[in-house]
Design a protein around this ligand. Structure first.
Ligand code: ADE
Length: 315
């Protein structure tokens, strides 16, 4: 019912008595405050459209979700999860898409998000075949930094993959699509009951026990000589989820010329036991986030100026 979505997103203007009032009068934005332009992307329940705020001329990516479609498929909770995780993440990290406003009308929910003009990292990788080790290192480092922030704030993404890493004007990454996001208030080794995410990138514990932990399945898809990404190591395409047990195999078939430090890092990430997985273990331990940042693959990374230093050329 509309009451459901009203509770989640605030009363829609179409339903409210302030229908004819301007946004400045009731303090809530609506579709009429934006000029909608080209379609930037399409998902199963949403379309992302370029939008310009009429008075400030500021540009955004506006994610539009069809309420009818969401309700018919019982996905209102997904939209709520996305909103709640984005709200918790706030504007605190340059590597995470920021939610500026959320509003709704009779038909749709709208998320006004940071515009990442240079699209998905995945499409760059596909177009280029692979990235240089320098580029892969830079993007991996930005992702580690963004993940550290998210996990510290109790947000787990659960569908991390190059399609969900956007590139902004300066070719820095922005993590997006928190529809599978989970909020936790204690250290994140907590059980969940539903399968979410994408089979190619899923961690073993999520696949087998539906148990969520953090930090898995994100780092090697961009590295040169490994154009097909993590699915190469996991060796399970969409038709064969059951072969996911392979992800526990410690023998990963790296291509020739694969950077040895990158290979070492990938081996330490694709580890079945989350407590033994680099970046997922307790603070200060052998597998802590600090240990992940200190891995030799990242030895040339300046973590404190990561978001200010010029990015390496995309090659
Ligand atoms: N496609 C999906 N989300 C986007 C965003 N925030 N910016 C640009 N393109 C997108």
């Amino acid at each position: 019912t509309d009451h459901q979505s009203d509770a989640l997103f605030g009363r829609s203007r179409a339903n409210s008595k302030s229908k004819s009032r301007s946004s400045s009068a009731n303090g809530r934005l609506g579709v009429e405050d934006f000029v909608f332009g080209e379609v930037l992307g399409e998902g199963s329940y949403s379309t992302v459209i370029h939008g310009i705020h009429r008075t400030t001329r500021q540009e955004y990516a506006i994610k539009v979700l069809d309420k009818g479609h969401l309700k018919r498929n019982n996905k209102l909770s997904t939209a709520l999860a996305e909103k709640n995780t984005l709200v918790r993440l706030g504007s605190g990290h340059p590597g995470i898409v920021r939610l500026h406003w959320a509003f709704q009308d009779e038909w749709s929910l709208y998320f006004v998000l940071d515009l990442a003009r240079n699209g998905e990292l995945q499409s760059r990788i596909s177009r280029m075949g692979s990235l240089s080790t320098t580029c892969a290192r830079y993007y991996a480092a930005q992702l580690v930094d963004a993940l550290d922030y998210m996990h510290t704030r109790g947000v787990i993404h659960r569908d991390l993959k190059p399609e969900n890493l956007l590139l902004d004007d300066d070719f820095r990454i922005k993590v997006t699509d928190f529809g599978t996001g989970k909020l936790i208030d204690v250290p994140p080794e907590r059980a969940t009951k539903t399968f979410v995410g994408t089979a190619q990138y899923v961690s073993p514990e999520l696949l087998e026990a539906n148990e969520t932990s953090k930090r898995y399945g994100f780092i090697c898809s961009g590295a040169r000589s490994l154009p097909n990404g993590i699915s190469d190591q996991f060796g399970f395409g969409s038709p064969s989820i059951s072969r996911g047990k392979r992800s526990s195999n410690s023998i990963i078939p790296f291509p020739e010329n694969f950077d040895p430090e990158a290979a070492d890092l990938v081996r330490r990430l694709l580890v079945r036991d989350p407590l033994e997985r680099l970046g997922a273990g307790p603070p200060e331990g052998l597998h802590s986030m600090e240990a992940l940042r200190s891995h030799t693959f990242f030895s040339s990374i300046r973590w404190d100026t990561l978001w200010d230093d010029p990015p390496p050329p995309l090659e």
